[in-house]
Design a protein around this ligand. Sequence first.
Ligand SMILES: Cc1ncc(COP(=O)(O)O)c(C=O)c1O
Length: 400
Amino acid sequence: MDSQDIIQHFAEQTHPDELEQFDRASIKELIEQHDTPFMVLDLEEVDYQYKSLQAALPNVKLFYAIKSLAHPQLIKRLKSLGSYFDLATIGEVELVESLGVKGEQCIHTHPIKKDKEIQRALDFGCTRFVVDNEEEVKKFYKYAGQVELIIRVSFRSQQAVVDLSRKFGCTLEELPVLVSMAQENGVTVSGLSFHVGSQSLSPMTQVNAIRSSIAAMKVMNHVNWKFLDIGGSFPVHYQEAVLPIVDFCAPLNEALAELPAGIEVFAEPGRFISGPSMIEVVSIVGKAKRGARTWYYLDDGVYGGFSGQIYDHAQYPIVPLKPIDPTGEFFPSVLAGPTCDSIDVVAEDIELPDMKVGDILIGKQMGAYTIASATEFNFYPKPKVVVVEDIFDPETDALK
Ligand SMILES: Cc1ncc(COP(=O)(O)O)c(C=O)c1O
């Protein structure tokens, strides 16, 4: 598939009508047991997302990016599926260690670290670290012989919702300098990595990054290259349809086939695994007619589970739990969070049937970068996470 085909394919996707696919009974049962707001983590969906990505990238080792959703049961489930883990902080090291993950199953991908963070990861047995600048390479001189460095290169992406290469990654021109500095000081360089940005809508930036990385490896043939790490970025279906994962990954596999023999490929998926695995259940606690629109006040908002709308630029699909008559009347509505801040608005200009105080709404695709960045502003507690098996339909990402 070339980029034109991909754009065409993307344009042909339609947003499926998921409203009628709810297992309302299961959600109602959970509501009887738990006060809203709460999030529902479906471990079967975790399986499905992990296996789909692994099937789409058969020759790639998947290192789950814990930062997207650091729930112990999700990590245990991924461990049982054979996943590896991408760590970035001492807290993440301690979490996976407490769950029986081994250091050699992990890579440390934060390009900027304190010495105590390097030491803690090494104590855990994680020896592969990402660096992207001279100061960071110098921090590893004293660990020569104990570590393998993976150098992160920046490839900017217009297609990604979150452009991570703005903040991290060296240029291809800087790469040889970092390699020489490490090697002259006895520090092993084994790999290259990149992250073209999260929620990437086209695979072509990743394809170009793979090709440029392979070319750089071939030019620097004095290095014993062992790994190419293609980062995260695999997209999920929020308001807009995205390419099916098999189609997204097909051009990546084609580009990866050009790698010299013996180089292992890693990926660091976060959103693709955690995003569709969780929903949030919220209640309407207030209602006011303001001008032409009805404002509904929910018991959670952008300071809580919906925080990804601010930090992650996500717009979650939000639908009422009660069955909707598609031929009925819809009204321009606003969904607002409970805090006193005016930024705490979850959805503007959403068309909804007439709703009552006490009615339930469901936010979907809410696993990635949601509870992870939630706060307790105004003393509203973060929504708790209820763990279940098998209440979503993985084919549609909808509740069954
Ligand atoms: C270093 C690194 N790896 C992996 C990820 C996960 O990316 P995604 O959620 O797009 O898969 C991130 C996200 O911020 C990251 O910073």
